[in-house]
Design a protein around this ligand. Structure first.
Ligand code: ADE
Length: 232
C-alpha cells in the first residue's frame, strides 16, 4: 500500500515513520510512505502558502494554488491516483469501519491543513474525502494523519506479523466490541487474583468468558461508566 502525506511540517513525521512497526513495514515493502512538503509547490521568493481571509477574521488560510498543485503533482506520480483524504474537524468522524475502508485501498493521499483552515476552492477543486479524528480542534492535520496511518497500517496484511491480533482488537469483528480485561503474570497482585477461568485451560470456556466480558466493557463504555478516575 502506498501512502502520501502532504504537509507544511514534514519533519513532524520523521521519528513516527521510523518507529518499529512502520519502519519494518516499509523496509519489507509492505508500505510505501512518502512525505511531501506543500511549500515545495509555492511560488515566489517567499514561497508563500497562506494568506489572510477575505472579509476579515482571525488567522491565516491555506492558499489554493500551492495546495492544489501539490496534490495534483503527487497524484500523477503513479497510475493509481489514490483516494484523497483531507484532514479537517468538519469531516466525517473516523472510526474502525472508516479505517477498514481506507485499508482496502491500494493508495491513499493524506492532505494536512494548518492555520485556520483551507480556502474553500481547495475542497471544490479536489473534492476530497474529508475526515475528522474527533470533535476537538488540533493545530493542524498532522497528528490526525498519524492517527490514520497508524490505524490503517495495522490492517495491512503482514504488517503486524500476527494477523490474529488485529482480528481480536477492540472494534474489529461484526459486533464492534471493545476488549474486556486481560491478565499476565503474576497470578496475584496486591491481593487481586487472575480469574480462575483463564487458568483452566478450557479454551471454549475462556472464549465465552472473554466474549461476555467484551459485552460488559462495551455496555459500560456506551454509558460512559468508567473508573473513579474519570471526572464526575
Ligand atoms: N485538523 C484540526 N483538527 C482536526 C481534527 N479534529 N481532525 C482532523 N483534522 C484536524
Amino acid at each position: 500500500m502506498r501512502i502520501d502525506i502532504l504537509t507544511l511540517f514534514p519533519e513532524m513525521f520523521t521519528s513516527f515513520l521510523e518507529g518499529s512497526l512502520l519502519g519494518a513495514a516499509q523496509a519489507n515493502g509492505l508500505l510505501d510512505i512518502r512525505v511531501v512538503n506543500i511549500r515545495d509547490y509555492a511560488e515566489g521568493v517567499h514561497r508563500q502558502v497562506d494568506d489572510r481571509p477575505f472579509g476579515g477574521g482571525p488567522g491565516m488560510l491555506l492558499m489554493p494554488g500551492p495546495v492544489v498543485d501539490c496534490v495534483e503533482a503527487v497524484r500523477k506520480q503513479a497510475a493509481d491516483a489514490g483516494h484523497l483524504v483531507m484532514l479537517t474537524p468538519a469531516g466525517r468522524r473516523l472510526d474502525q469501519s472508516v479505517v477498514e475502508e481506507l485499508a482496502r485501498r491500494d493508495r491513499i493521499v493524506l492532505l494536512c491543513g494548518r492555520y485556520e483552515g483551507f480556502d474553500e476552492r481547495i475542497r471544490e477543486t479536489l473534492e476530497p474525502d474529508e475526515i475528522s479524528i474527533g470533535d476537538y480542534v488540533l493545530s493542524g492535520g498532522e497528528v490526525a494523519a498519524m492517527v490514520i496511518v497508524d490505524a490503517v497500517a495495522r490492517l495491512v496484511p503482514g504488517v503486524l506479523g500476527d494477523e490474529e491480533s488485529a482480528r481480536q482488537d477492540s472494534f474489529s469483528g461484526a459486533e464492534r466490541l471493545v476488549e474486556g480485561p486481560q491478565y499476565t503474570r503474576p497470578r496475584e497482585f496486591r491481593g487481586l487474583q487472575v480469574p480462575d477461568v483463564l487458568l483452566s485451560g478450557d479454551h471454549a470456556r475462556i472464549a465465552k468468558w472473554r466474549h461476555d466480558q467484551a459485552l460488559v466493557a462495551t455496555e459500560r463504555r456506551a454509558h460512559s461508566i468508567h473508573s473513579p478516575r474519570s471526572i464526575p
